[in-house]
Design a protein. Structure first.
Length: 202
C-alpha cells in the first residue's frame, strides 16, 4: 500500500463514520443533477471504453450535497471503467425524474458480479473476486461509502447483474432532503425553507 492509497482509505473510513454519526451534516443545496453528471463525465474523457450520458432532461433540480453525490458517481463510474474491457460498449448513465424523486442508473458491460456477492458488495472491506487483483487496487471501502452517502440523503442504492454481461447500479434520491442536519449558510437555509413549503430541516 502506498501513501496515496493509505490516505484515501483513511479518508473513506472517517467519512463513512461521520455520515453514520447522529451528528452528521450534509451541505444540502439546490443542485442541478444534469449539470453535475455532465461535469463528472468530462473528468473521465479519454478513458476507454468511454461514458455515454443518455436521454438526459434539460434540468433536474433536487436538494442534495453535490460534493457527496459527486463522490458516489465518480466511484461508480471509475469502477465501471476499471472492470470494462476497452473494446466493450461505453458505460451508460441515465437520469429520470418523477414525483417521487430522481433515479440515476449506471450500466456497464463488464464481467458482472456473482449472485452470491450481490448482497455483500456494500459491506466495508468486502472485495469481489475480480477486485482482489492488486492491479485493480481498492480496499473494499468505496461501495460502502457510496451506500452511506445515498442513505444519508434518504435514498437507496441497488445493483443488478448478469455474470459475464455487466452490472447496473441504481440510485434513488428523494426530492426532499433527509433528516440529517443542514450545514449551510443562513441564506441557503431560508431558500430551503421557502422551497420546502416553510418546513425547516433541523
Amino acid at each position: 500500500m502506498d501513501i496515496r492509497e493509505m490516505e484515501q482509505m483513511v479518508t473513506e473510513i472517517l467519512e463513512t463514520a461521520r455520515l453514520k454519526s447522529e451528528y452528521c451534516k450534509l451541505n444540502l443545496q439546490k443542485t442541478d443533477m444534469v449539470k453535475l453528471i455532465q461535469d463528472i463525465c468530462i473528468t473521465f474523457e479519454g478513458q476507454t471504453p468511454g461514458i455515454r450520458f443518455e436521454n438526459a432532461p434539460e434540468t433536474c433540480q433536487i436538494f442534495a450535497d453535490a460534493e457527496q453525490i459527486e463522490t458516489v458517481l465518480k466511484n461508480l463510474l471509475d469502477n465501471a471503467l476499471k472492470y470494462s474491457p476497452t473494446e466493450n460498449a461505453p458505460i451508460k448513465i441515465s437520469l429520470k425524474k418523477s414525483n417521487a424523486g430522481t433515479l440515476i442508473e449506471i450500466e456497464d458491460h463488464g464481467p458482472g458480479i456473482q449472485d452470491e456477492e450481490l448482497d455483500l458488495i456494500f459491506e466495508s472491506f468486502y472485495r469481489t473476486d475480480q477486485s482482489r487483483n492488486r492491479k485493480n487496487g481498492g480496499y473494499g471501502l468505496g461501495l460502502s461509502l457510496c451506500k452511506t452517502i445515498i442513505e444519508a440523503h434518504g435514498g437507496t442504492i441497488d445493483v443488478q447483474s448478469n455474470t459475464g454481461k455487466g452490472a447496473m447500479f441504481s440510485l434513488h434520491l428523494p426530492k426532499s432532503p433527509s433528516t440529517c442536519l443542514l450545514n449551510t449558510s443562513d441564506a441557503a437555509d431560508e431558500r430551503s425553507s421557502e422551497d420546502l413549503g416553510g418546513r425547516r430541516i433541523i
